[in-house]
Structure formats: structure tokens, C-alpha cells
Design a protein around this ligand. Structure first.
Ligand code: CP
Length: 307
């Protein structure tokens, strides 16, 4: 493959290969010297049209640990502000001969568009409401560190599914690995067409909690909400907020995931986010390992010969 654009395209075997490759990559992060010569002379450009803390920093860290030279286009201070199109920005970047370009954009399909213009590999770091493949891969990696196989595991994805590229990528990857996925949220934030992807949907969170192996709380994307999608933040939190009292209803040692950034007290309580079952910071560490693995494999690396 030249690009990683969407998990819809990846087979279960390809997903397993990425997870397998990320394991030794994670070990490198805990070495005293976190630097490999693997990507010496290679260049990675970060092109983020939307805000990011985790994804942008971890792609940059991942590229640097692998030995690449990295640059980040500060879109707000770039010629995008003078009206330069994505097409011309892509052609300009290609003229600098990068090896990989990582893009985040508000439009679904932007990564695909870029991949057709660039000779460089393109990694989708989130496009509109479409997909966020590296996030779902790090989520999978984190779950598998705690439960080995996901076959038949009950995974609840709770909240603002409508606006969530994280939810869409997770549905593709989790169902490919045999998990039982339940999407939960108010009717206005659950797109009915997602039922065709082999998942269950329920508006009632409390009904689905018993037996849940994982609860993934989604960020309520306040910047993308239109009026009337939910009654008020307080009511939303009462009905769909993940808290310790609710988690007791699972009857299991349920893992709590959140892609970040969190609205504490809205989709997740601080107590739940800080509890021993929450693996939110493990997700961040695993994000660097997964992004190292993705870039390594795109550059032709062999999963059995790492470091
Ligand atoms: N999860 C995630 O994509 O976080 P950032 O927006 O901070 O990159």
C-alpha cells in the first residue's frame, strides 16, 4: 500500500500485521535512547488543517523516533490563509519530495484527494466525519493488550456517533476482528445508516451496560453541533455520561477508553476518567507505537525485522 486512508479498506490480516508491528515499536519508546536509524534521510510532513494535540504530536514523535526529518505546516500561518487550495498546497508539498504526508482536514475525503496528487505516502489523521484510522488502531491495540482476543467481546461506543470519525473507524476495525459493537447515544446523534455495518444500536445506555467488556466514551463535539441535537449538557450527561455508578452495572472489570480530548463532567466523569480501569493515557502512548508501525510498514518495513 502507498497510503493509509480508511480502515474500511484494510483486511483483518492487515490490521493484525499493524498491531503486531506496533508491539516492538512500543518497547523502543521505553528505551533510554529512543532513536532508530531506520528512516535516516526520509522526510515526513504534518499537514493539519484542524486542531490536534495527541495525533499531531504523536505522528511527529513517531517519525522522529524512527529517525526521519519532520516538518509541520502551521496551516493558520500558511498560504492557505491567502486562499491557496488543497490541490495547490499538495502540489507544492510534493515538489519538496517528502516520503510521507500526514493530513487532518475538516472535509471527508480530503486524505483520498491528497493521495491521488502526491507520490508520497498519505496517512489520514482524521477527515471530517469520515475516518480516523490511526486512532481506531491504537484503540484496538490498547484493548488487545488487556484482553488478547476481541472475538465476541461486547464493546459499547457511547455518545456523539454522528460527528465521530473515531466511531466510524472503530466500527470497521472492531467488526473485522469479531467484536460485538453496540453504538449508543440520543437518536439525534446516532446515524441509522450505520446499522448496515453489522453493529447494534440502542438509545438506552443502561440497558446495554450488563456484560460490557469495554466502554468507549466519545467526545461530544460541541464545535460541530447544530441546535437541538441534544437537550442540554446537564441532561446529556445524566443520560449518557459514563460514571462509576453506571460502570458497576457491567458486572465486569470493564475497560474505559476515550480518544480525547475529554469534556470531563459531560461524556465522562472525572472519577471514571481517573479510575484504575481507564486506559486513556495508555491509548496516547500506544498512539505513538501504532503511528511508528504505520509509517514503518508504508516505507516497506518488514514486521519481523524491527530495530
Ligand atoms: N484523539 C484525537 O484525535 O485527539 P487530537 O484531536 O488531540 O489529535
Amino acid at each position: 500500500r502507498k497510503d493509509v486512508l480508511q480502515l474500511e479498506d484494510l483486511s483483518g490480516e492487515e490490521i493484525e500485521l499493524i498491531l503486531h508491528t506496533a508491539k516492538p515499536m512500543k518497547e523502543i519508546l521505553f528505551r533510554p535512547i529512543k532513536k532508530l536509524p531506520t528512516f535516516r534521510g526520509k522526510s515526513v510532513i504534518n499537514l493539519f488543517y484542524e486542531n490536534s494535540t495527541r495525533t499531531k504530536t504523536s505522528f511527529e514523535t513517531a517519525a522522529k523516533v524512527l529517525g526521519a526529518d519532520t516538518s509541520s505546516l502551521a496551516v493558520a500561518q500558511s498560504s492557505v490563509n491567502k486562499g491557496e487550495s488543497l490541490y495547490d498546497t499538495a502540489r507544492t508539498l510534493q515538489a519538496m519530495q517528502p516520503d510521507i504526508v500526514v493530513i487532518r482536514h475538516a472535509s471527508s475525503g480530503a486524505a483520498q484527494f491528497l493521495s491521488k496528487i502526491l507520490k508520497a505516502g498519505v496517512i489520514n489523521a482524521g477527515d471530517g466525519q469520515h475516518e480516523h484510522p490511526s486512532q481506531a488502531l491504537l484503540d484496538l491495540f490498547t484493548m488487545k493488550e488487556h484482553m488478547e482476543s476481541l472475538e465476541g467481546k461486547k464493546i459499547l461506543i457511547v455518545g456523539d456517533v454522528l460527528h465521530s470519525r473515531v466511531a466510524r473507524s472503530n466500527v470497521w476495525s472492531l467488526t473485522k476482528l469479531g467484536a460485538e459493537v453496540v453504538l449508543i447515544g440520543p437518536p439525534t446523534l446516532l446515524p441509522p445508516e450505520m446499522k448496515t455495518l453489522g453493529v447494534k444500536m440502542n438509545y438506552n445506555l443502561d440497558e446495554e451496560l450488563p456484560g460490557a467488556d469495554v466502554v468507549m466514551a466519545l467526545r461530544l463535539q460541541l464545535e460541530r453541533q447544530q441546535a437541538g441535537l441534544f437537550p442540554s449538557l446537564r441532561e446529556y450527561s445524566q443520560v449518557y455520561g459514563i460514571n462509576l455508578e453506571r460502570l458497576e452495572k457491567t458486572g465486569k472489570n470493564t475497560l474505559i477508553l476515550h480518544p480525547g480530548p475529554m469534556n470531563r463532567g459531560v461524556e465522562i466523569s472525572s472519577e471514571a476518567a481517573n479510575s484504575p480501569n481507564a486506559v486513556i493515557e495508555e491509548q496516547v502512548t500506544n498512539g505513538v507505537a501504532i503511528r511508528m508501525a504505520l509509517m514503518y510498514l508504508l516505507m516497506g518495513g518488514n514486521a519481523n525485522v524491527v530495530a
